[in-house]
Design a protein around this ligand. Structure first.
Ligand code: C2E
Ligand code: CA
Ligand code: CA
Length: 274
């Protein structure tokens, strides 16, 4: 077989991927220089178990001429590798906060805006002043902003990241642990980490409630959250039986296609703010 002869270090697929990545990074640089041309933000509602919208998550999108829509799972890791995530992350923060400010002004909206924070951003000491400046400039109370971080980004440098998160939290900003349960599963840190909400990983939700392991996990996370005073959020909910079982188990917030996919701001406004 040809592929085997070529060895496992190089395959034509890998070569293509490499060139495509190079081209994408080049495009990314171009787009950012062009004032983030091709980048936009969509918003997915986060509801409580009575289906009241409590907030939304800002999710980045990128369309490149000649490539089409590039999924975040593809371009975010690239942006993290080459450092562009610092620019993109700050841009998303301002887009999202601008949006919620506008909705507060025009509709009296008082729900939260959740923004994903990459490990790379959290490792930079400037993140604190970036957030503080954004909130002050837009005259928004810190409580409006929720930041989604991953367990692993905290565990990489627990002392420094914890104290940085504490300082961010002193602005009123809430901290959510994204994909909870998939990371280090180091329960040790939970009682000392500045956290408000555990976001239960979609991979458990996918097999929930049929899978006994997933049921135990949700129950354990819920118990943990209750004893430490955290909220819980389940994401990726697509089916009614998931919703019902999560409601019964006491999960606070729900996010998923069952209610709405991420949508553009105009649609969000029409559906949930009018
Ligand atoms: P995530 O933060 O875990 O975001 C949840 C993902 O699940 C989103 O994918 C969302 O569209 C999708 N989703 C929500 N509900 C459902 C559902 O019911 N079913 C299914 N199948 N999927 C659902 P998306 O937008 O493609 O984002 C993928 C990942 O890319 C995010 O995972 C996050 O890690 C990253 N990402 C996206 N936007 C940003 C951003 O602005 N900054 C950073 N740092 N990362 C981002
Ligand atoms: Ca997230
Ligand atoms: Ca997640």
């Amino acid at each position: 077989e040809r592929k085997r002869e070529q060895g496992f270090l190089y395959t034509p697929e890998l070569g293509e991927r490499f060139h495509e990545n190079e081209a994408l990074v080049h495009q990314m640089h171009q787009s950012i220089q062009d004032g983030f041309n091709g980048f936009y933000v969509v918003y997915q509602p986060i509801i409580d178990t009575d289906k009241t919208v409590m907030g939304c998550e800002a999710l980045m999108r990128w369309t490149v001429p000649g490539f089409g829509a590039i999924p975040p799972a593809r371009f975010i890791p690239l942006a993290e590798e080459n450092g562009y995530i610092r620019f993109l992350g700050k841009w998303v923060l301002y887009q999202a906060l601008n949006q919620i400010r506008l909705w507060r002004e025009t509709h009296g909206t008082d729900f939260f805006m959740s923004v994903n924070l990459s490990t790379v951003q959290l490792e930079s000491p400037e993140i604190l002043s970036d957030i503080e400046t954004a909130l002050t400039t837009l005259e928004l109370p810190g409580e409006v902003l929720h930041l989604e971080i991953t367990e692993s980004s905290v565990m990489e440098n627990p002392v420094e990241i914890t104290s940085r998160l504490r300082a961010i939290r002193e602005l009123g900003v809430k901290i959510m642990v994204d994909d909870f349960g998939t990371g280090y599963s180091n329960l040790n840190y939970l009682h000392q980490f500045p956290v408000d909400t555990l976001k239960i990983a979609k991979e458990f939700i996918d097999v929930y409630p049929a899978d006994g392991g997933a049921r135990e996990l949700v129950r354990a996370i819920q118990g943990l959250a209750e004893s430490f005073g955290f909220n819980t959020l389940a994401e990726g909910i697509e089916r009614q039986e998931q919703f019902d079982a999560l409601k019964t188990s006491g999960v606070h917030f729900i996010q998923g296609y069952i209610f709405s996919p991420p949508i553009d701001p105009a649609e969000f406004e029409e559906k949930y703010l009018m």
